[in-house]
Ligand binder design. Sequence first.
Ligand code: BGC
Length: 720
Amino acid sequence: MASKRVEELISSMSLEEKLGEMTQLAPFFFGVDESMDLTGPMAELGLQEEDIKYIGSTLNSFGAEKNIAMQKKHMAEQPHGIPLLFMADVIHGFRTIFPIPLAMGCSFQPAACEKAAEVAAKESTAAGIQLTFAPMADLVRDPRWGRVMESPGEDPYLNARMTEAAVKGFQGEDPREKGRMAACVKHFAGYGAAEGGRDYNTVDLSDGILREFYLPAYHAGIDAGAKMVMTSFNIMNRIPAGASKMLFDQILRKEWGFTGTVISDFAAANETIIHGYAKDGAEAAQRYIQAGCDIEMMSSHYIHHGKELLEQGKLSMEEIDRSVRHILTLKEELGLFENPFKDADPEAEKALALCDEHRAAARDVARKSVVLLKNEGVLPLDSKKKGLKIGLAGPFATSRNVLGGWAGTGSHVSTLEMGMQEMFPDAELVTAMTEELGAMQEGIFDVEDRVEETCKALRNCDVILAAVGENPMDTGEAASRTCLRLSPNQEKLLYELHKLGKPVVMILFSGRPLEIRPVLPYADAVVQAWFLGTEAGTALADILSGAYNPSGRLSISFPQTVGQIPVYYNHYRTGRPLGSAEGRYVSRYLDCPNEPLFPFGYGLSYARYQYSGFQVAVDQDGILTKVTVENISNTAGVETVQCYTHDLAGSVVRPVMELKAFQQVELAPHQKQGVTFRITREMLRFPNDRSEFVFEPGEFEIMVGHSSSEVLTGKVSLDA
Ligand code: BGC
């Protein structure tokens, strides 16, 4: 039951008002950016100027002054003075940009993710935004999919922790509070499982796989109180996801008790026709509304067909009212009836954008997101050494294009070169071949070959940093790739630099795991830099100099080659696993190992850690595991201790490993610390073949260690 105000409004609203409330349009339609153009998008959606006054929300309209003006005008025209709701994609920062979500997943620090969301909420609410289309909770096992950059990674548990942290960061205790905003968990559901990694492609997942791997992160976001859920573009088991009653009515609303608002993805309701699921706009509207989608984003079938569907008895007023109730309640929860501008404030907008405090937070999260993949005695570099000659080559050496997709209105980027200049004031930096890499999106596949002159210019350097990768435009939405190698001239650069006989540090800027096996031998150290945002340069200089000891761990496996995809750590066992039998008939590749190049949870540090005293015991509450971690080096560091389980036999097969918990411990040189994990029966539940989450007694392996491939293992039996 909604509030009295909401119920009263619903009972006095016209059908046009209700259907308008259920429609979201871009700011263009409100005549703010450009004058109304009845031949452009307006005509494409078949809308008239008078339809606009009923519209309930808009997307990606930025700027306090503009949004305040738009709100005033709109409320004056809306018959009940109902305020617009301003939504936007505030994904990893707004003006101060944080690392892409995949990188933040690698921090293994939900608090870092929460901080990033909190800062993004402060900056964007001041600029007139009230709800963000984030976090994206889609689990991904396929780095060919461009949107892997927006996901925390491949693991249901880690993704769940990151998703709930982001929701908390955006919403705080109450999204109505100043500087907080409503969060939208997306894309429900399974968008990350697109076949072949091609965006928008078919998704077909058994109920068991869906519930075991793909759903937990969305669920965690809902449990954390997210106010909105967005549908996804893909079909799920032959039905467009947003039209799936199974997903929205059964799982989201009935099983998880979600009471918030559902929004379609961009024109996704219309795409049910293109999918060949709805025969026309009327059927698209009917199916989307009946599955439970309250707001249609950027298509207009609700507006055009709502009336006829009601008249034909294909839709009931109760179904329409249910949606309007969700939307008005959301507006009420954001306090918009009292203060329709929420936190929009031109002064605060200016003061908060890129302020020192936010930049410091971005730098901190950025350095925690970097993963050191290889280090053969090269790093850290000595920032105090006078006259150190550092070569800096490659398309990301001096580039500002390191924010990653969805970077809002980010600017003022610290480049790698700037970060190095600041951190290494006494060093000589020599740059070469720093032209930016164009985007495949724009038909450019490589940088110019200037390898020979670059090698000449850098041959006397003490160390060479090769800043290589992919253009951020080639990651994100509609940016799938089949070849994940570096462009040929970047590979050539690494190969030739290596021949100079000087230590080469490869710094990889990418929105996905790239296939770096071919160039790995030519780099003495490899730093996975992702797209780190505004403070990319300073954060990387922190890492390279050792001012910050790398602590990031991979939240997604790096394949040896594209042919291995999908390759992920928490797979099921085959009946013929490698090593189980002599001879040919085992599950393997003839030309490549089964293991990824770098596994989930992997990441190096400048410190070394030793595990000892591993104990596993059972008590009435479940399993208790203890281990002692010692820093056996002279460098302080942060170790991420990971705890995995393996259920040896179940009524359905169980993954070989499942992350159940992790803890970060900060260790001074030679310091030891005990780490305890408690694994309850509740944590060992899984969906059985009737989709019920059950705990099944039996034997379990408990694994604790540094990554998914470096663990200590114990075995216990657990009764019911
Ligand atoms: C994306 C969503 C995004 C929406 C609005 C769509 O294309 O899939 O993630 O929130 O656009 O910008």
